[in-house]
Design a protein around this ligand. Structure first.
Ligand code: G3H
Ligand code: 13P
Ligand code: NA
Ligand code: ZN
Length: 307
């Protein structure tokens, strides 16, 4: 059943975080639903602009509607990940998405507020909830001075003003993470001190942590042993999710780790079955491994067993 993130966040706030997982295709969709049901967890399906155009936006919608029928006990929100204004309106008007993210965080503060405010008005008129972002995620280089690095993180005081003026329902914050497999260059790490200050300014308000893949070393090693060349990858410690949840993080975005599962399964399968040319046996392995991966993340997030 499709629900809004608002309902999910209300139940989770301060106790656990909901996993927000990106999907692009059929096998990911099946593995995602199975893994969440195996672990009895509510979840958020995230669809990026790139995912919408990978096949067709209607293809992903059809896959999710079918999965909803195949797995009638699943409780999930359908969310646009990192939307621009135009894509947000398209999703709002589609009648399918229960939640959208407007990401105008690269704009200056006032422009970010103006764009976010417009999207919030359009979304709320149709009962759809909005995630917005303030601050700049990752890619902080070692030569960047401490002051400069801090300037990219979410400013707690500004966060409160941003939420009050935009009316957004949740806020993605920059607290040291970055997208992809190469996080925390140099001495950077998760900034719980900044998160704590943000929660003080916005008590009870749902926060979102992007760039939360853990990039398991063991996964990278298996990929490289099967011919991959992923060097120096680093991610977020999975054991930090619960502490983040206690500090107001209700949604944790994970995409890269799922891509690593896909890469490991396919590299190992082709290495070990050079005679194979049927796409189904490998697809079956991937769906099962993806479900296992999702169930494991939900245990770490504390969302497992909450259905
Ligand atoms: O934050 C971005 C997500 O990992 C989605 O990536 O835009 O390549 O689909 P994508
Ligand atoms: P990762 O690249 O760490 O998986 O982050 C995904 C994300 O933030 C999607 O919005
Ligand atoms: Na951003
Ligand atoms: Zn993101």
């Amino acid at each position: 059943m499709i629900v809004t993130t608002k309902e999910l966040f209300k139940a989770a706030y301060g106790k656990y975080a909901i996993g927000a997982y990106n999907i692009n295709n059929l096998e990911q969709t099946m593995g995602l639903f199975r893994g969440n049901l195996d672990s009895q967890a509510p979840f958020i399906i995230q669809i990026s602009k790139g995912a919408r155009s990978y096949t067709h936006k209607l293809m992903l919608e059809a896959l999710i509607r079918a999965a909803d029928q195949i797995f009638p006990d699943a409780i999930f929100a359908v969310h646009l990940d990192h939307g621009d204004e135009e894509t947000c309106y398209d999703c709002i008007n589609s009648g399918f998405y229960s939640s959208v993210m407007i990401d105008a965080s690269h704009e200056d503060f006032e422009t970010n507020i103006a764009i976010t405010r417009r999207v919030v008005e359009a979304a709320h008129a149709r009962g759809i909830v909005v995630e917005a972002e303030l601050g700049q995620l990752g890619g902080v280089e070692e030569h960047v001075s401490v002051d400069e690095a801090d300037a990219k993180l979410t400013d707690p005081k500004k966060a409160r003003e941003f939420v009050e003026r935009t009316g957004c329902d949740s806020l993605a914050v920059a607290i040291g993470t970055s997208h992809g497999a190469y996080k925390f260059s140099g001495s950077q790490g998760l900034r719980f001190d900044v998160l704590e200050q943000i929660q003080k300014e916005l008590p009870g308000f749902p926060l979102v942590m992007h760039g939360s893949s853990s990039v398991p070393q063991e996964e990278v090693e298996r990929i490289n042993a099967a011919g991959g060349q992923i060097k120096g990858a680093k991610g977020v410690d999975e054991n930090s999710f619960r502490r983040a949840a206690e500090l107001g993080v209700t949604k944790v975005n994970i995409d890269t780790d799922g891509r690593l599962v896909w890469t490991r399964v396919h590299r190992e399968y082709f290495r070990d079955h050079p005679e194979n040319f049927d796409l189904r046996p490998i697809g079956k392995v991937f769906m099962a491994e993806y479900a296992k991966f999702i169930a494991h993340k939900n245990e770490k997030l504390g969302s497992a067993g909450r259905l």
